[in-house]
Design a protein around this ligand. Structure first.
Ligand SMILES: [Zn+2]
Length: 440
């Protein structure tokens, strides 16, 4: 694991912010085994440390309470997120689903609410009577698909044919998609269309025509992907590009070595979490955007090697506190595991558990920032990816207390649980997936 602070010879506002962030993080990486008296008692009382040891714990019950609250009545401060209601539903539901605590009793109400955001002309808006937009369409469909195995009416709430026609109407001559009518064209739109089309069995050659070529133009000299051709590469857009290419079976067309190098360099040496861009600061949400993108690349490359992923690697057992401030990790041969990702999985989990968790529940960008539903969702999603690797049937790699910390595996391309993806494929596999029939 890293834990080397960066040394700068020239001071700029960027280096100062980096040094400030390392100072902010350092107190969370003290040697926990040296804690005594009231400090130790406090961490055990709030649940961050096991009662019988020094292993760090995921605050499951507190996160469940916080995320469930996001599905209930929200305060007036949320009025600015009025057009993001499907996102709030998805962030909270998916976080809860990873924690095996999605509230079944609330599902009929959530499905009814999301159904009111769907337009007869196809796609979902951010609320009732709002125009259809790629982002709330993605979030609404994911929320419905993760609900549906427990409450099957959620499948019926999605109008596949009208969504297909709406996706086609967003298509541009350059292979990109617009986010909404007369809106911007970028790789978020490409990803949201391709991901939802795949889950709903709507991924026709006509819909995919030119899409990979557009996305490939967004890969930059750094190796990551920008939002549009010519833009600086960025973790969120890179995830969208990588996931969309993988779903279409075209990830091999991009510069994979450059991509892996760029993602690797975004994992911060001291903090262990990821930053979104070069010379930017660590932020918990990139645990998924960058970690998930790397998991997709690793899954792709794992499939390319004979025998697939998960053979001949060893279980990675984290042990706390053997080497001073560094939490050490040892490897022991314990048979096949779920896959070794091309980043430091234990360091990312350590950042999430020690720096990302709010002691009252919910997760955050970094300790100086407030918790929120978005960072809770993507910090937990990144934690799931780094526990389960790129295949989901092995032994998870767990940092801290394995009794409390293991999440359900999320699908790295769609970011709903793997079992939810399988159920959706099963549900829609026999539905019509032919361009001429779908537009008739
Ligand atoms: Zn963030």
């Amino acid at each position: 694991m890293g834990s080397q602070k960066v040394k700068f010879t020239v001071a700029t506002s960027t280096t100062e912010q980096q040094e400030d962030t390392e100072k902010e993080i350092a107190p969370f990486y003290i040697d926990l085994t040296k804690l005594t008296g009231p400090n130790l008692a406090h961490l055990r009382e709030v649940g961050l440390l096991a009662e019988d040891g020094f292993e760090v714990r995921l605050l499951r019950e507190k996160h469940v309470k916080y995320l469930t609250g996001g599905l209930e009545k929200l305060g007036s401060g949320y009025v600015s997120l009025d057009a993001s209601r499907p996102w709030i539903a998805y962030w909270c539901l998916h976080g809860l689903d990873l924690l095996e605590a999605a509230p079944v009793e609330m599902m009929p109400r959530i499905v009814d609410t999301l159904g009111r955001f769907q337009n007869a002309t196809g796609g979902f808006g951010g609320g009732p009577a709002q125009i259809s937009h790629g982002a709330p369409t993605y979030a609404s469909c994911l929320a419905l698909l993760l609900i549906a195995p427990s409450y099957p009416k959620a499948y019926d709430a999605i109008d596949r044919r009208s969504i297909y026609k709406w996706f086609l109407s967003m298509k541009r001559p350059n292979g990109g998609f617009m986010m909404h009518d007369d809106g911007e064209t970028d790789v978020r739109a490409s990803y949201t269309v391709i991901a939802i089309a795949k889950l709903l069995n709507l991924l026709t050659p006509e819909l995919m025509e030119g899409v990979a070529e557009y996305i490939l133009q967004c890969q930059t000299y750094e190796g990551g992907f920008g939002g549009e051709p010519g833009n600086e590469c960025h973790g969120g857009y890179a995830y969208c590009a990588v996931a969309a290419l993988q779903i279409m079976g075209k990830l091999g067309m991009c510069d994979l070595e450059g991509l892996k190098g760029w993602i690797s360099r975004r994992q911060m040496g001291f903090e262990g979490g990821f930053a979104g861009r070069a010379n930017k600061l660590v932020d918990g949400c990139y645990s998924f955007w960058q970690g998930g993108a790397m998991a997709i690349v690793d899954a792709y490359e794992g499939d390319m090697t004979e025998g697939g992923f998960g053979t001949g690697v060893t279980e990675y057992v984290a042990e706390v506190g053997e080497e001073g401030a560094d939490v050490s990790a040892t490897t022991e041969a314990k048979g096949p595991i779920s896959g070794e990702l091309s980043f430091d999985q234990a360091a990312l989990q350590r950042y999430t558990l020690l720096c990302g968790q709010h002691v009252e529940g919910g997760l955050r960008d970094k300790p100086s920032k407030a918790r929120d539903f978005y960072h809770s969702c993507y910090s937990l999603s990144g934690l799931s990816v780094s526990q389960h690797g790129s295949s989901k049937d092995g032994v998870p790699l767990v940092y801290g207390d394995a009794r409390t910390n293991v999440l359900k595996p999320t699908h790295e391309c769609f970011n709903i649980r793997v079992d939810r993806v399988e159920k959706a494929r099963e549900r829609f596999k026999d539905d019509v997936c032919n361009h001429d029939d779908l537009i008739s």
